[in-house]
Design a protein around this ligand. Structure first.
Ligand SMILES: Cc1cc2nc3c(=O)[nH]c(=O)nc-3n(C[C@H](O)[C@H](O)[C@H](O)COP(=O)(O)OP(=O)(O)OC[C@H]3O[C@@H](n4cnc5c(N)ncnc54)[C@H](O)[C@@H]3O)c2cc1C
Length: 416
């Protein structure tokens, strides 16, 4: 089949790769000059297959007023008073219940496990070099109440087959000695040995290099913005760009935050909102963590990428605004310096801002678009797009081949 994949972020490229492996002829279109230049560029670098509990959770509603009152808190909301944002917030609020959290967690854990298997398989098979490490992940909690809450989640996940361990302060320091600088502020943590880390942008570039040099039938059109999806006879017949119309037998919408605008004229109302975050990438010049670390209270993640340390965090629901907020950068830097003062000389910071394509429940939309026989969606991976990319691509390929997927994919079926 001739397939046109719209979007060369990590989700679109993983989709293109698996579709090409099945023998399809694939064309990938992206507005940027190269692969992985939007949200897949300098994200938190965590392949966090077992840490998938959604943002929308009953506990969040309790913490929300305190977080929103704190200008340096991990979450920020600037109401746009648009119909879309209000509806998204309403759906998010409705998803903040224990039953939905359990359903979402179970579905994402299954997708995460599939993704881990495929990410490791593809990394080895294609000898991808993206600072990949089987690092394991340690989430540290500052107080006993938060640790107890985390232990309850560990118990839930254990029933779903996830290997995790609750540690006290000494246990955390044994796993990651570089935490010594913040030892006094740690009550304990959760250690997940099966998590990985890697540079998402390098992963994207690696996939493109593989697809360009091998026998796959894949072509790339970078610097090509899709302005409209053309339809006739109940099917999508082309993707309009300033350079002409790209025709194909099937189309995959993997445009992250760009998907909503193109889907809307086809009557598809995608529940995706941009959730802004920041990262800093510093050269390691002293004792820095080797394992991935999350400071749960600050919602900041640390990932070691060989001789660099990536620090990422913040979730700001402020619309599709790509501007940096210097106050957010400053607070990220302050948290990082307090946590790992010796890790870097903190002079070279490489700041980055990105918008997570987030659904209210945290469940991505994967599969055939309702009402359109040859349009497929692979969007809305939110805070976990790098982690879930390979698994999402596998479910997409199964949907396109009308094959039974290896996991229950019902939770991801697009309803929009
Ligand atoms: C601060 C931060 C930290 C994060 N940390 C992690 C982490 O540790 N682990 C993890 O798994 N995930 C993390 N994420 C989330 C992850 O980065 C995203 O889920 C993922 O990058 C989304 O990939 P995507 O391919 O869907 O979107 P994108 O990477 O945004 O790709 C979409 C592509 O579509 C293109 N596009 C859009 N509109 C058009 C158009 N009209 N025409 C042509 N091209 C178009 C864009 O140029 C872009 O290249 C983080 C995100 C942020 C912001």
């Amino acid at each position: 089949m001739r397939v046109c994949v719209l979007g060369a972020g990590v989700v679109g490229l993983a989709s293109a790769y698996l579709l090409a492996r099945e023998g399809h002829a694939v064309t990938v279109l992206d507005a940027e000059a190269g692969p992985g230049r939007m949200t897949s560029y300098a994200n938190g670098a965590q392949l966090s297959y077992a840490y998938v509990a959604p943002f929308a959770a009953p506990g969040l509603l309790r913490k929300l007023p305190g977080w929103l009152a704190d200008r340096d808190g991990p979450l920020r909301l600037r109401p746009e008073l648009s119909w879309h944002q209000l509806r998204w917030l309403w759906r998010f609020w409705r998803a903040c219940n224990a039953a939905q959290v359990e359903r979402t967690t179970a579905a994402l854990l299954a997708l995460g496990a599939l993704s881990r298997e495929l990410t490791r398989e593809v990394t080895a098979r294609e000898a991808l070099d993206y600072a990949f490490a089987r690092a394991g992940k340690l989430v540290v909690y500052r107080d006993a109440a938060a640790l107890r809450e985390a232990a309850a989640q560990v118990a839930l996940q254990r029933r779903l087959g996830v290997e995790q361990e609750v540690l006290d302060r000494a246990g955390c320091l044994a796993v990651e000695p570089a935490l010594a600088g913040m030892a006094e502020r740690i009550a304990g943590g959760v250690w997940t040995p099966g998590e990985d880390a890697g540079d998402c942008h390098l992963f994207c570039e690696g996939l493109v290099a593989v697809l360009q040099r091998s026998n796959f039938r894949v072509s790339f059109r970078f610097g090509t913005r899709v302005t409209q999806l053309l339809s006739a006879g109940g099917r999508v017949i082309g993707a309009a760009t300033p350079h002409g119309v790209e025709e194909a037998e099937a189309f995959v919408l993997a445009l992250g935050n760009g998907a909503r605008a193109l889907a809307a004229p086809l009557g598809l109302d995608l529940p995706i909102a941009p959730l802004k975050g920041y990262s800093l990438t510093v050269p390691v010049t002293g004792p820095a963590p080797q394992v991935s670390v999350t400071d749960a209270a600050a919602k900041v993640v640390y990932a070691r990428l060989r001789d660099r340390l990536r620090i990422a965090g913040m979730a700001d629901l402020v619309g599709a605004d790509h501007r940096f907020d210097n106050r957010r950068l400053d607070s990220l830097l302050r948290l990082a310096r307090r946590a790992f003062p010796e890790a870097s000389d903190w002079r070279e910071l490489k700041p980055w801002v990105g918008l997570r394509p987030a659904t209210p429940t945290g469940l991505p939309l994967i599969g055939r678009a309702p009402g359109w026989p040859n349009l497929y969606l692979n969007v809305g991976q939110g805070a976990l797009g790098f982690t879930l990319a390979m698994g999402s691509a596998a479910l997409l390929a199964d949907a396109m081949a009308e094959r039974r997927p290896p996991i229950d994919a019902a939770a991801f079926a697009p309803r929009c």
